[in-house]
Design a binder for this molecule. Structure first.
Ligand code: NDP
Length: 435
C-alpha cells in the first residue's frame, strides 16, 4: 500500500490474487525464496506520456497516455488499450497485472501489458478520434513492436481506432508487422477476433455447467454492456438455445422479456458501432422492452449472469440479489466486474463462478493466434479459428478446474485460475535467475 498510494484498483487486484497464491507459495518455497509474487506486483516498466491533439474547432487538447509493461517472462507484452475518461495509472496497472495470469492461462506465449488514455471518444467526430489516435501512436510506437509489445483494443478502442493507430505506426516506422491485434481483415486481422471474448466467455460458462451435468439450453441470462464483449456473448447464448434478457450501457439497462434474439443483437451492433447511439433507443424500437435509466441489470431474475461492461459493476448487494433470484452461474466477460466481497458471496453460496482472467481470455487467445498468423503470413479460416478458440477455452477451463477443485467437490475457479496462471510465469522467472 505504501508503495502504491492512490491506486485502489491495483491494490484490489493484487489482494485478490495474493489471497490465493500465498498459501501455494508457502507450500512451494522456491517461489517464496525468489520473491516471485513480489516481483510480479512491480511492472517491468510504466510509460506515461502527453498526448496533444487539435479538436475540430482548432482548440488544443491534452490527454495522458500510458503503456504498462507488466511482465514478459513467457512472451512479448500483450494486452489492450483503453480510451475512457476513467483511465488512471491504477486502473491500467490492475489490468496489466491481471493480464499476466490470463495470458499465461491461455497456454500461448504472451506476457502481460495494458495501456490507454483518459481520452473520451464519446461525442468526438471521426476526424478528432483519428487525430487523437495518430498523436497517441506518435509516442507509443517507440515502446512497442511485434516481438516486444503487441497492444490490442479494449473499452473505447475498436476496429476504427486500431486502424488509425496501425496506419500511423506503419507511416512512422515503414514496417508492416503485426504490432497491433484486432486489425481489419484487409490488413492482417484475424477472423473471429471480434467474436472471441464474448463467445469464449460463453464457452467457459458452458464448460462450468457441464461439470454439473447442465447446459445453457433453456436457461435465461442477464448480460451487462452492449459493446463488443456483451453483444457476442449474447449471440453465443442464443446459439446455445438460451434466452438473453438484458443489455446495458453506462446510462442504464434494457430488459426484454421476449428475449434479445440474433436479429435484435444485430440491431444493437448497428446502434452501437455505426450510429454510436444509446441503449435506451432499444426500448423505443422494440415494443415490450423496458429501459431503466441509471440502473444495472442485476435485479432481473435469471439463471446465468454475464457481466460484460466494466470493472466493479457487481457489488455485494448486486451479488446477493442475483443469488436470491436463483442465479446458478456467473462468467465474467469484463475485467474485474465483481467487487471482492461480491466474489466471496458467490463462492460462499457455492455457485459456479468463472473469473475474468479465465472466462474472458478468449479475446487475447485469438489475438495470440492473430500474431502467429501475421508471423506466418497465412490467414486461417473462421472454422479453423472457432475450433481453436473452443479448444483453448476448454484447456483454460481444465487448468482452472484441476487447480481449483476442493476436497468437498466444489471448484473454486478464482483460486484455480490464479494458481495455474502463476505457476507457468513463476517457473519461467525462476529459470532467468534474479532479474
Ligand atoms: P466496448 O467499448 O465495446 O463496450 C463497453 C460497454 O460497457 C459499453 O456498453 C459501455 O457503455 C459499457 N461501459 C463502459 N464503461 C462503463 C461504466 N463505467 N459503467 C457502465 N457501463 C460502462 O468494450 P468491450 O466490450 O471491448 O469491453 C468490455 C469489458 O470487457 C471491459 O472490461 C474490457 O476490459 C473487457 N475485455 C474486453 C476484451 C475484448 O476483446 N474486447 C477482452 C477481454 C476483456 P457506453 O457505450 O455507455 O460507454
Amino acid at each position: 500500500k505504501a508503495r502504491n498510494p492512490g491506486e485502489p484498483e491495483f491494490l484490489q487486484a493484487v489482494q485478490e490474487v495474493a489471497a490465493d497464491i500465498m498459501p501455494f507459495v508457502e507450500a512451494n518455497p522456491k517461489y517464496r525464496d525468489a520473491k516471485i509474487l513480489e516481483r510480479l506486483t512491480e511492472p517491468d516498466r510504466i510509460v506515461s506520456f502527453r498526448v496533444c491533439w487539435q479538436d475540430d474547432k482548432g482548440d488544443v487538447q491534452v490527454n495522458r497516455g500510458f503503456r504498462i509493461q507488466a511482465n514478459n517472462a513467457i512472451g512479448p507484452y500483450k494486452g489492450g488499450l483503453r480510451f475512457h475518461p476513467s483511465v488512471t495509472q491504477s486502473v491500467l496497472k490492475f489490468l496489466a497485472f491481471e493480464q499476466i495470469f490470463k495470458n499465461s492461462l491461455t497456454g500461448l506465449p504472451m506476457g502481460g501489458g495494458k495501456g490507454g488514455a483518459d481520452f473520451d471518444p464519446k461525442g468526438k467526430s471521426a476526424a478528432e478520434v483519428m487525430r487523437f489516435c495518430q498523436s497517441f501512436m506518435t509516442e507509443l510506437y517507440r515502446h512497442v513492436g511485434h516481438d516486444t509489445d503487441v497492444p490490442a483494443g479494449d473499452i473505447g478502442v475498436g476496429g476504427r481506432e486500431i486502424g488509425y493507430m496501425f496506419g500511423q505506426y506503419k507511416r512512422i516506422t515503414n514496417n508492416f508487422t503485426g504490432v497491433l491485434t484486432g486489425k481489419g481483415l484487409e490488413y492482417g486481422g484475424s477472423e473471429m477476433r471480434p467474436e472471441a471474448t464474448g463467445y469464449g466467455a460463453v464457452y467457459f460458462m458452458e464448460d462450468m455447467l457441464h461439470t454439473k451435468g447442465e447446459q445453457i439450453e433453456g436457461k435465461t441470462a442477464v448480460i451487462s454492456g452492449s459493446g463488443n464483449v456483451a453483444t457476442h456473448a449474447a449471440e453465443k447464448v442464443n446459439h446455445r438455445g438460451g434466452k438473453v434478457l438484458t443489455l446495458s450501457d453506462s446510462a442504464g439497462f434494457i430488459y426484454d422479456p421476449d428475449g434479445i434474439d440474433l436479429e435484435k443483437i444485430e440491431w444493437v451492433k448497428e446502434l452501437k458501432n455505426v450510429r454510436r447511439g444509446r441503449i435506451s433507443e432499444y426500448a423505443e424500437h422494440f415494443p415490450g422492452a423496458e429501459y431503466h435509466q441509471g440502473k444495472r441489470p442485476w435485479g432481473v431474475a435469471a439463471d446465468l449472469a454475464l457481466p460484460c461492461a466494466t470493472q466493479n459493476e457487481i457489488d455485494l448487494e448486486d451479488a446477493k440479489t442475483l443469488l436470491a433470484n436463483g442465479c446458478k452461474a456467473v462468467a465474467e466477460g469484463a475485467n474485474m466486474p465483481t467487487s471482492l466481497d461480491g466474489v466471496h458471496a458467490f463462492l460462499e453460496a457455492g455457485v459456479l463462478f468463472g473469473p475474468a482472467k479465465a472466462a474472458n481470455a478468449g479475446g487475447v487467445a485469438m489475438s495470440g493466434l492473430e500474431m502467429s498468423q501475421n508471423s506466418a503470413r497465412r490467414a486461417l479460416s473462421s472454422e479453423e479459428l472457432r475450433d481453436l478458440l473452443r479448444s483453448i477455452m476448454d484447456g483454460i477451463h481444465k487448468r482452472c478446474y484441476e487447480a481449483g477443485l476442493q476436497g468437498d467437490g466444489f471448484c473454486n475457479y478464482v483460486k484455480g485460475a490464479n494458481i495455474a496462471g502463476f505457476k507457468k510465469v513463476g517457473d519461467a522467472m525462476l529459470a532467468f535467475g534474479v532479474v
